[in-house]
Design a protein around this ligand. Structure first.
Ligand code: COA
Length: 142
């Protein structure tokens, strides 16, 4: 496992990881997600030796839902426990708000990752054009 330092970052800082991992070959502007700059939105970055290697975003939707978005770890750093550390950090943050549930639209390829972290699939798969099959996944925090 690679231990990382996790801290809050700006929406623009996430692009350094979102772009090569989530929007590869597409214009950088495609790294801008809806709600990125909402007052309640938080972005977390995982640093290893001062290099930003992973990012995740927490969105508080208008109905009070907590949504995880933009989960990404640079390819050479994947499978070293960095994604899991970012999700746990985000969960700790959600607990501070006395909220219990987090959900996300998970790419099919990432479903096993979220299952390992205790998330469950709710509902049928759906397609996000240009990205592929996704599942809504959720977790009630303990
Ligand atoms: C999905 C992603 C964020 C996971 O981050 P990571 O740092 O590689 O994951 P971790 O090393 O923390 O993995 C935690 C556990 O999940 C497992 N896991 C991670 N990705 C997996 C995958 N694609 N398939 C199966 N298992 C996976 C790991 O083996 C590990 O298992 P273990 O606890 O038994 O050792 C990262 O691989 C990534 O950025 N992928 C491309 C972008 C993407 O799909 N993002 C999600 C959008 S919804």
């Amino acid at each position: 496992m690679h231990t990382v330092v996790i801290q809050k970052i700006s929406s623009q800082q996430t692009w350094a990881v979102r772009h090569p991992v989530l929007r590869k070959g597409r214009p950088v502007k495609d790294c801008i997600f809806k709600h990125d700059d909402d007052k309640s939105t938080l972005h977390f970055g995982a640093y290893q030796a001062m290099i930003l290697v992973g990012v995740v975003t927490l969105i508080v939707n208008s109905n009070g839902d907590f949504q995880l978005r933009g989960m990404a770890v640079l390819e050479p750093y994947q499978k070293f426990g960095i994604g899991a550390q970012l999700v746990r950090h985000l969960e700790d943050h959600v607990r501070k708000f006395y909220r219990e549930r987090i959900w996300m639209n998970a790419r099919e390829i990432a479903v096993p990752f979220y299952l390992k972290l205790g998330y469950v699939i709710s509902g049928k798969p759906f397609d996000i054009p240009g990205i592929g099959a996704h599942y809504v996944m959720e977790k009630v925090l303990s």
